[in-house]
Write a new protein. Sequence first.
Length: 313
Amino acid sequence: MDIQKQQIIEVLLKEKRPISISEIAKKSGMHRYAVARNLDVLEILGKVRKIQKGTAKKYFLFQSLPVSGLIDISSDLIVIINPILEIQYLNNAALRYFSLSPPQIIGKKLNLGTLPLISHEDILNELENYSFEKVTKKILKSEQGRWFEITILGMYLLFSPNLIAVIATDISDKVAIEEQLKKSERHFRLLVETTRYTLTILDPVTLMHRYVSPSVTPLLGYSPEEFNQIPFYQLVDPSQSEWVKQIAVIRLAEYKPEREEGRFYTDEFQLIAKDGSRVWIESTFRFIRNEDTGEPEIVGVSRDITEKKALEG
């Protein structure tokens, strides 16, 4: 806290009653305007309270946990301004980030460049058209390459309503993780879309596919959408249809997620292609529990072994 505010607090500490701005100015030796400006900030901090009767204002120390005590423990950058964009307070994290002290910044107008990141053009546009009935969020990148989520919201405090808090939360780690996930998804999608193997997810009760990779089209002639509309027992040669139903029931009954999550099965099926031809596939699969539904499903990888079966025959 700067010297002027400390002087005001020391004056109020000695008083047993609320006193006016003029009295505080006289006892502290400060200019009346400086006292009034600093009292406004001390109100925001929750350190003083104001009693107003008509135009007369008197102040006293308020012995409770101040707002600053709540926001200064935050690692977020918090800047509080009034409706005409004058800076009223920066928490400790913001002062450290911007390498400032309160006397250097309190009372200044938040203009383009006043506080890099907080006074970004997009943020200023939001503030100039701000409505206290909404909360606004923006994602910005700092000059140092860090990502921040900027939240703008109104502060309705008893001693000073109509204040605006601009809160900058460092989300760089979150952005980096999301970007890594996007890269992983792109790599996985590339792998799935280019491999000759066919990946499937099957409902073990209905034997309807929930997913099939695009490689099903060159394999069987069906589009993924068409393939997913046909029960698996109708896709196999009629000689295998009942067997498919039976093994699905037996293996589902045997499924114990706590001890069989890693158990794999390998079977050979003769599938009917869209043009009526027969294609032999070897399918390796296992049961897993769907994280969203909690129900088991069959995840499999299949390959064309038609030529291999022809050589065996």
